[in-house]
Design a protein. Structure first.
Length: 234
């Protein structure tokens, strides 16, 4: 199950890697409240609610257990899935996931306080409008995502420590997430592995804002993720 990042759709986060994963496994992807093809509800966004929504979808599809790969905000949702619905989780991959406010650089919070739709990457705006569920949804999605981040609260250490699912943590050396934060999560989650990949936020999966004419599929982390997912646990 693939869970997209903030302000994103399935395609903007994962279009380049879905065909690669689909060669060897069944791939599901979801667009969460107010994002892409999924309409809004009269409620603020929360990572806890997103996790519950994903769990409800899997139950509706009669899927009892799955591996999860969440990117950026989707990584934080994946953390909440492993905490709130552990019986539904086999393995998790946390791509540039945030668990603590100090896990990003200070400029990030300054940017969020002043964020406006005019600052949103054009590729994300175009992609949203191509599949949008409702009129005026772009502004709603933007504002809900910003509000959620401005009011982001740390996931308590004791909740992170409850995660038993085998976990692969991925960030880049020029990520929004700090290496120290990724290392802290790695130490907190007993059965975890950590990879720091050269590049910028999302480049390792070909996220749409990172693509350029020289982008090569061979540079994506799909083989590393598949090796992790295929690993037999003792």
């Amino acid at each position: 199950m693939l869970i997209h990042g903030g302000g994103s759709t399935i395609q903007t986060s994962f279009e380049k890697v879905i065909p690669l994963f689909a060669k060897s496994r069944k791939v599901l992807a979801v667009e969460l409240q107010a994002h892409g093809r999924t309409s809004d509800r009269d409620a603020d966004l929360s990572f806890e609610q997103d996790a519950d929504d994903v769990a409800a979808l899997l139950k509706k599809l009669d899927i009892n257990k799955a591996d999860f790969f969440g990117f950026s905000n989707g990584g934080t949702t994946t953390l909440q899935l492993a905490i709130r619905h552990p019986d539904m989780v086999d393995k998790i991959v946390l791509g540039s996931a945030l668990a603590k406010r100090n896990g990003v650089y200070e400029w990030f919070w300054d940017f969020m306080k002043e964020a406006g739709l005019e600052n949103m990457p054009e590729q994300l705006k175009v992609a949203y409008n191509q599949v949008a569920a409702g009129k005026n949804g772009l502004q709603i999605m933007h504002d809900r995502d910003v509000k959620r981040m401005v009011h982001f609260k740390d996931i308590p250490d004791e909740k992170i420590a409850t995660i038993k699912a085998p976990t692969l943590i991925i960030i880049t050396d020029k990520d929004v997430i700090t290496p120290e934060h990724a290392l802290e999560m790695h130490r907190q989650i007993n059965n975890s592995e950590l990879a720091i990949i050269p590049g910028v936020h999302g480049e390792y999966i070909g996220e749409i804002t990172t693509l350029n004419p020289d982008t090569k599929e061979s540079e994506f982390v799909v083989p590393m993720i598949e090796k992790f997912l295929n690993k037999k646990e003792n």
